[in-house]
Design a protein around this ligand. Structure first.
Ligand code: AMP
Ligand code: GLY
Length: 415
């Protein structure tokens, strides 16, 4: 019997995890670095701790099951710590989460195992290696080999406008981290494929598209995300079936390869993919649910999340079902985000919001919800079609007020 469940993290993704668990017959403990009032309201126990410090987790040894939302605790081995304490953990151990915390490692796993899905790439340890790669591929994505909260990747033509700038950025990384990953720049459509993994088997979740740019028409700087959608048939309307089959093959083969090399991967896996005119490529793996993709898929999950989590950790996924509805999620962010966000501003939620509301990076100041510098609130609606879900969610958006910004074109034109 699972009765005590620990959820680590304080974002909207963890709010979605906690909300789903709160519909099940379990006691929830939240371990957060900052207090998310939406999460706190649904939990029996709340601990404000450094979630990247293994020593802080001894107090949770009586828990039956743990979910870890963000990447940083995975990269320092919080799963390993909890497993040693006897807790069942629905997240990968550090050695397997390396697929996310080292971009170089993820590329090498595919290469070494003959898994087709890598663009041309080079793991560069010297400035000469950078220059030779740029001679062959002038247009590149430059990727640090450490976690950067999604903000470290720079692409030529978008963030790096000259060869000098590209070299300078790559050389800096070699100085700081000892290496940098250069990849041929791909041009195409991106999509997110996530799966629950029990070491051997994968259960794929509905496909999601994430909108990363700050302003309408995909303009402005990259953000944590401004919104996302998923379709009622769980596919992406503008992707050929062959693309989805290829992405699933890449993911399954990667899980098979790391099982042989390291051990069984148990937890959710996230693949960012891109389909170009020629082929389907892996952009990156995340060893966790996406934010906001978690909000889309967990709002559709019909199977109890405790069963899914327990099944992943114990090598036996249950039968998993998702509601056949479309979802649209919109993020409200502080004005000026991500470059110069206004902070500590009040947010008011009027009565009558029909959409699901998830708090992200906000805090409670004597009963008033206030912004930090990051994404503030996510709203999600479901519908028979994306159009219907979109209408519902945008109808509610004026009910959330404050010095906030949102994109008006998330999922626009999608039937
Ligand atoms: P990542 O953190 O690896 O997901 O990269 C962040 C974003 O950079 C992705 O969502 C893509 O839009 C872009 N990106 C990453 N790798 C490439 C690539 N090889 N070609 C073009 N764009 C890329
Ligand atoms: N939506 C992108 C991420 O979670 O990293």
């Amino acid at each position: 019997m699972i009765s005590k469940v620990l959820v680590v993290g304080n974002g909207a993704r963890e709010h979605a995890i906690v909300k789903k668990l709160s519909q099940e017959d379990v006691e929830i403990t939240a371990a957060m670095s900052k207090l998310n009032p939406g999460i706190a309201k649904l939990c029996k126990r709340v601990e404000l701790i450094d979630i990247n410090d293994p020593l802080q987790f001894v107090q949770f040894k009586d828990h039956d099951l743990a979910f870890i939302g963000p990447e940083a605790p995975l990269s320092v081995g919080i799963s390993d710590t909890l497993i040693e304490l006897g807790v069942t953990v629905a997240a990968p151990v550090k050695a397997l989460a390396r697929l996310e915390w080292s971009k170089a490692y993820a590329r090498e796993v595919l290469d070494r195992n003959g898994i087709k899905g890598n663009p041309a790439f080079k793991i560069c340890k010297t400035e000469d290696q950078v220059s030779s790669f740029l001679d062959e591929y002038p247009d590149v994505a430059v990727k640090p080999d450490v976690l950067t909260g999604g903000k470290g990747v720079k692409v030529t033509g978008q963030h790096l406008l000259t060869r000098n700038e590209t070299e300078a950025y790559a050389f800096d990384m070699i100085k700081n981290d000892g290496l940098v990953v250069l990849e041929e720049k791909l041009i195409g459509k991106e999509f997110t494929l996530q799966a629950f993994v029990d070491g051997t088997r994968l259960h794929y979740m509905p496909l999601v598209r994430d909108f990363k740019r700050a302003y309408d028409n995909d303009e402005g700087p990259n953000t944590g995300s401004m919104g996302s959608f998923s379709s009622a048939d769980h596919d992406m309307p503008d992707l050929p079936e062959e693309t989805i089959i290829k992405a699933k093959r890449i993911m399954q083969e990667t899980m098979d390869a790391i099982r042989e090399e390291v051990g069984p991967y148990k937890g959710p896996i996230y693949g960012g993919f891109m389909v170009t005119d020629d082929d389907t490529y892996l952009i990156e793996y995340n060893c966790r649910l996406g934010d906001p993709e978690a909000i889309n898929v967990l709002s559709l999950l019909e199977t109890p999340l405790t069963e899914v989590g327990y099944g992943m950790a114990n090598g036996k996924l249950p039968v998993i079902c998702f509601n056949k509805k479309a979802t649209v999620c919109i993020y409200l962010v502080p004005e000026g985000y991500p470059v110069a966000p206004v902070k500590d501003q009040p947010i008011y939620v009027a009565d009558g919001v029909q959409s699901e509301l998830y708090f992200a990076s906000v805090y409670d100041d004597s009963g008033v919800i206030k912004t930090t510098g990051s994404r503030a609130v996510a709203l999600l609606a479901k519908g028979e079609s994306v159009t219907e879900a979109r209408e519902k969610v945008y109808n509610d958006i004026d009910k959330i007020t404050g010095r906030l910004h949102f994109r008006t074109d998330i999922a626009k034109g999608i039937p």
